[in-house]
Design a protein around this ligand. Structure first.
Ligand code: F6R
Length: 612
């Protein structure tokens, strides 16, 4: 966060940081310009710890910067928290990202007597800026501060979103970005920086999303944007939307629960206006591909991380089955460096709720560099991934504050089904089958509402397993990614070691772990696989595990061999995976709450992962 204006910065910074809390962090801090010097306060832990530490301290000033840190270089300590101050006391800086060559820069600076006191790469950056500012004489019409920052950044390898202030340039502030988001908010005679519009949306009217290699300079009640090579940039402004209701809990105990319950609405929003008038297909406004180009696609490669990758894995089942196009799902972080051979008719699709995950963004850029068409599926309107893609589909799920993905996951799955139908109808999917699938999608929100009625039943089941420290989630076909998502949710919000497996794979190794202290949660909602999954349930049960099953409709006796049964609404095959997800989301949520975990902000996790 950064603020420069007429009002006191402290409250605005703390409010902004509060709205950025959902991104996940482990320490915080602010620095304000008090007229003669900076006041810097930092604290380990959450924002309340910082507020307590500030207490009655007179932290004045109408310019300031603030930060929530998710530790990369150096432990979670006050000394490593931001803002960092250069050793000559001149520069304060907040930094997201990683300076990859910080050791080399640190060695160089050490020789010039600029030494760090923390373990972070960010303090090195503060020193580097101070070093270059000290050498600047302001000649050439540029602010010496801006020029010092620019020269410093020319030496940096890695990712950064920074905001900096300098003692000798009290009315100025500089922000810059490379691979880590930074947005300039423009209010009435005041300016803001934030890595997400949520940081200033209640104050600013307009926003400018900086591009990589751009710097924004605030001075004299105005702003200018230029590149690292000093070219002036005329950036487009976007209106800032502030939807307070979406970032409040509205009576729910946690954001995670609220967002689980929002899913009927977010699914409606994902589908709105995207069915073809004859009701047999789907269409998307932003693909930027002609029918001819869509028909030429002979392979799809999805790149994503975490939950988004599991949504793609469900998409793989759907698209291969409905559109008969081969699909591969890649870990974005691996794809980027793997140099995978792709052929010219391959469509690369980056999927990311935030639109800022650096691994996914880098995979997209790598594919683009090689000349492939790249598409994005994202909830992040105006995000880096949305802007870099050639075309794409917005999720319209609204802000997701809980760190663990819930509503953004199901909206991605819904869009996967819609994309499969879209590509299928251009190929061999009949009008009749298309109509049946569209009908199934239209019924989906009310079926999800029905699934949510299981909430109390799921809580009762969770009460029985809340003491367990290990658990397997098992499923077959499209239930397999749901199993992986269930395991991920449980790890994240309940700190239970969990694994999601293809049910038949258990006997190839993991079954060695099964026993009375390691229960198994079976997703048995794929009608075609029920007999097979029944055998898998028996195999695990025979080894003493307690069994939870989620079933729907006629379960062919699977539930009779389970200890606990959750009965979900039965739907069409293309939507069953999505409906089954509700059970594992609720289960993870209740397990987390019962185990006393902070389900909205789990330890060690960040919502927007802007480091590799
Ligand atoms: C899981 C979760 C993470 C994200 C992953 C990718 O609940 O939230 O695994 O799915 O970090 O994030 P996005 O979708 O923003 O690229």
């Amino acid at each position: 966060m950064g603020y420069l204006g007429r009002r006191q910065a402290k409250g605005i910074l703390l409010e902004g940081l509060r709205h950025l809390e959902y991104r996940g962090y482990d320490s915080t801090g602010i620095a304000t310009w008090e007229g003669t010097d900076f006041s810097v306060v930092r604290a380990v832990g959450h924002l309340d710890a910082l507020i307590e530490k500030i207490g009655d301290l007179e932290i004045c000033g109408t310019a300031g910067i603030g930060h929530t840190r998710w530790a990369t270089h150096g432990a979670i300590t006050e000394g490593n928290a931001h803002p960092h101050r250069s050793c000559d006391g001149k520069v304060v800086i907040v930094h997201n990202g990683v300076v990859e060559n910080f050791l080399q820069i640190g060695t160089f600076l050490g020789a010039q007597n600029y030494r760090s006191s923390s373990e972070t790469d960010s303090e090195v950056l503060a020193n580097l800026i101070a070093y270059h500012c000290a050498k600047e004489d302001g000649a050439g019409g540029h602010s010496a501060f801006l020029e010092g920052v620019r020269r410093a950044l020319l030496h940096v390898r890695g990712a950064y979103g920074i905001v900096a202030m300098h003692v000798d340039f009290p009315g100025e502030m500089v922000g810059a970005r490379n691979s880590s988001p930074l947005i300039l908010g423009i209010g009435d005679g005041e300016f803001f920086f934030s890595s997400d519009t949520a940081g200033f949306a209640s104050h600013a009217k307009d926003a400018i999303f900086l591009n990589d290699g751009e710097m924004a300079h605030l001075v004299g009640g105005d702003f200018s944007i230029c590149t690292l090579s000093r070219e002036r940039v005329e950036a487009a402004r976007r209106a800032v939307e502030w939807r307070e209701a979406l970032v409040e809990k509205n009576g729910y105990a946690h954001f995670m629960l609220k967002e689980i319950y929002e899913q009927p609405t977010t699914l409606r929003n994902a589908m709105r206006g995207r069915f073809s008038p004859d009701g047999s297909g789907t269409h998307f406004g932003g693909l930027q591909m002609s029918t001819r180009e869509l028909l030429q696609i002979d392979r799809i490669v999805f790149c994503a991380c975490g939950s988004a990758r599991f949504a793609c894995a469900i998409g793989e089942y759907l698209i291969e089955r409905i559109a008969r196009i081969p699909v591969e799902v890649e870990y974005a972080s691996e794809f980027r460096y793997r140099n995978a051979p792709l052929d010219k008719n391959t469509l690369v699709v980056a999927v990311s709720q935030s639109g800022e995950t650096i691994d996914t963004l880098s995979a997209l850029l790598e594919a683009k560099r090689k000349g492939f068409r790249v598409m994005a599926i994202t909830n992040g309107v105006g995000s880096s991934i949305a802007r870099e893609a050639d075309g794409g589909i917005y999720q319209h799920a609204g802000p997701e504050i809980g760190v663990a993905a819930t509503k953004t996951f199901t909206s991605q799955v819904c869009l996967m089904a819609m994309l499969a139908i879209h590509l299928g109808r251009l190929r061999d999917l009949s009008c009749e089958d298309g109509t049946e699938m569209v009908d199934a999608l239209q019924r989906l929100p009310s079926l999800v509402e029905e699934a949510l009625e299981l909430d109390d039943a799921v809580r009762s089941v969770a009460e029985k397993y809340a003491h367990c420290d290990h658990m397997f989630f098992l499923g077959r076909q499209s239930m397999f990614p749901v199993a992986m998502e269930g395991a991920l949710k449980l790890k994240e919000v309940a700190y239970v070691h969990a694994d999601g497996y293809a049910a038949a794979e258990m006997k190839h190794g993991p079954i060695a772990l099964i026993g009375k202290d390691c229960p198994a949660f079976f997703l048995a909602c794929d009608g075609r696989m029920l007999e097979k999954i029944q055998s898998n349930v028996q195999e695990v049960r025979a080894r003493g595990a307690r069994i939870v099953v989620a079933v729907c409709g006629d379960d062919r006796g699977v539930s009779s061999v389970a200890d606990d049964v959750l009965i979900l609404p039965r739907s069409h095959d293309i939507t069953q995976a999505l409906i089954s997800t509700i059970a594992v989301q609720l289960f993870a949520y209740h397990m987390g709450v019962l185990r006393g975990c902070n389900v909205d902000c789990p330890r060690n996790l960040a919502k927007s992962v802007t480091v590799e």
